[in-house]
Design a protein around this ligand. Structure first.
Ligand code: Q9C
Ligand code: ZN
Length: 341
């Protein structure tokens, strides 16, 4: 399996994340990639390739032009205001307030942010752009006939919605890849999101569509970020009714229970018969992940990689979360190895 990876991810090196009332060094940090690359090179499932540049057009197939423009200009506007720290949203268009977009950077941050932990920094846009190019290039490998490919994306993408960023995500790499498949002739694409967190952005983007089946296994929103989406009764709307599938699970969920949800999701995917499968691959389901509450062990990642392979579909893996960095390489590459068999 070929991996696509770009060094431009290092341009996203935020110094601050608002966590527990303190500004801490972010969990989503550049060294995550170092550990995954080290393990990839040790196991060597295939070559590691740089992305091509497919421009802004495929990004604008998924995202609001206002969000894309904001991400490109926010840092300069923040600096022009004379602020000393990284750019963090502090106010929102909350219940019974207008949804108009203000001119001031403080207002725009609240308008486009869905959460406050994700600081904007000078290199964030360039890194997010590079991450989307990684996903697009890996998708094109599959369109060209590869059975599978690994888009080693950073920053991650599945929390980024049509017109919102947050949860460490700016552009929705998996959604951009799915639209690429459809624009190049696919009729149906399934996105299976196994990151610990609900893929609220991907769900948002495809909620009213039947050409993308979205399925997510995640920590129940009563107890886990993003808290305001991911309930089992969210099933899609209009033409998309029945094409969103959520499997929320409680604190302490072990692999035996998690795998039951996976089996149900895989059955639904098989019934849908997509041309391509995209796996939003977060390994923050690991038992010692510092911000999550599932109990998967390292060999479980190999096991479920094999489960996914048995669908027999052309499969694009897109990297999402995973914050126990000492084991992130092992767990991530275990999925790839399990898939390859
Ligand atoms: N107390 C991804 O895995 N903060 N994003 C959680 C927990 C945000 C995770 C706070 C977590 C975002 C791509
Ligand atoms: Zn996550």
């Amino acid at each position: 399996m070929k991996t696509v990876f770009s060094e431009t991810h290092t341009l996203r090196d935020a110094k601050t994340e608002l966590y527990g009332g303190e500004l801490v060094y972010p969990f989503e940090r550049p060294s995550r990639m170092t550990y995954i690359l080290d393990r990839l090179k040790a196991v060597d499932p295939g070559p590691i390739l740089p992305p091509g540049d497919h421009g802004l057009a495929p990004i604008l197939r998924i995202h609001d032009a206002g969000l894309v423009d904001f991400l490109q200009t926010a840092w300069d506007e923040w600096q022009a205001e004379g602020y000393e720290g990284e750019a963090i949203a502090t106010c929102w268009p909350a219940r019974r307030m207008t949804q108009r977009r203000p001119d001031h950077i403080d207002g725009k941050l609240g308008y486009y942010a869905l959460a406050t932990e994700t600081s904007l920094t000078p290199g964030t846009w360039d890194a997010a752009y590079g991450s989307a190019q990684v996903a697009l290039t890996a998708a094109d490998l599959i369109r060209a006939g590869e059975r599978s490919a690994f888009a080693l994306c950073r920053p991650p993408g599945h929390h980024a919605a049509f017109d919102m960023y947050g949860g460490y995500c700016f552009l929705n790499n998996a959604a951009i890849a799915a639209q690429r498949f459809l624009d190049n002739g696919a009729a149906r694409v399934a996105i299976l999101d196994v990151d610990f967190h609900h893929g609220n952005g991907t769900q948002d983007i495809f909620y009213d569509r039947s050409d993308v089946l979205f399925l997510s296994l995640h920590g129940e929103p009563e107890n886990a970020f993003p808290h305001f989406l991911g309930y089992a009764d969210e099933t899609g709307t209009g033409a998309g009714e029945g094409f969103t599938v959520n499997h929320p699970m409680p604190p302490g969920t072990p692999f035996s229970e998690w795998r039951r949800s996976l089996d149900a999701a895989l059955d639904r995917i098989a019934q849908y018969a997509p041309d391509h499968l995209i796996v939003s691959l977060g390994v923050d389901t690991f038992e010692t992940d510092p911000i999550s509450f599932f109990k998967l062990k390292s060999p479980d990642f190999t096991t479920y990689g094999g489960d996914i392979a048995r669908l027999g579909l052309p499969t694009l893996f897109v990297m999402e979360g995973g914050y126990d960095i000492a084991e992130i390489g092992l767990n991530t590459v275990n999925v790839i190895e399990g898939f390859l068999g």
